[in-house]
Design a protein around this ligand. Sequence first.
Ligand SMILES: [Zn+2]
Length: 192
Amino acid sequence: MIEYTDSAKIDVLKQALIDNRYTDVIDRLRPNSKISINPSQKGFIDIYLQYPNDFIDSLREAIYRVRTQKDGDLELIRSSFDKIKINLIGELLMNMHDINTKHENTTVTLEAKFDCPLCGNEYDEKCTIDRTIIVPTCHNTSCKKVKTLIRTSEMVTDDIQTILMQEPMDKSKKSSPVIFTGKLVGKLDRFI
Ligand SMILES: [Zn+2]
């Protein structure tokens, strides 16, 4: 596993923000804005899985640095935008086939909120006894059962040290879900 220094983490995340086209959103941010980031996108995911506890802090600094490209003064941007709220959203639960033993120190989701990407309806979901979370589909008829996206900033994780993790049954290949043992490394920051 590659270890990143704090400044390397911020550099990687800054590049990920640019590569995944967040620049326009960041350039339009106001001091009280919310920004939604999908940490399962390329560039974010490795840092997110390896450093879940300070991911948001690094991401916040990376956002300030992207904004600096437009407005110049990093110190001023840090103080003007210290109240922006960062929501993590995405499809992490669907990507567990991509997670291998190098990601053993990953938190696991026991309870989560999901948002419909079309109409914004919210759904609460708990994991079942075998630690599976079924990703809900939107009930709104005009959304035609679109899959909802997990709001990762409000995931509830367990404090136990070692658990089995299993991907959602509906996402597994040939009904053989990936299961492996992992350790929990603490809770994600929920609110910034
Ligand atoms: Zn919907």
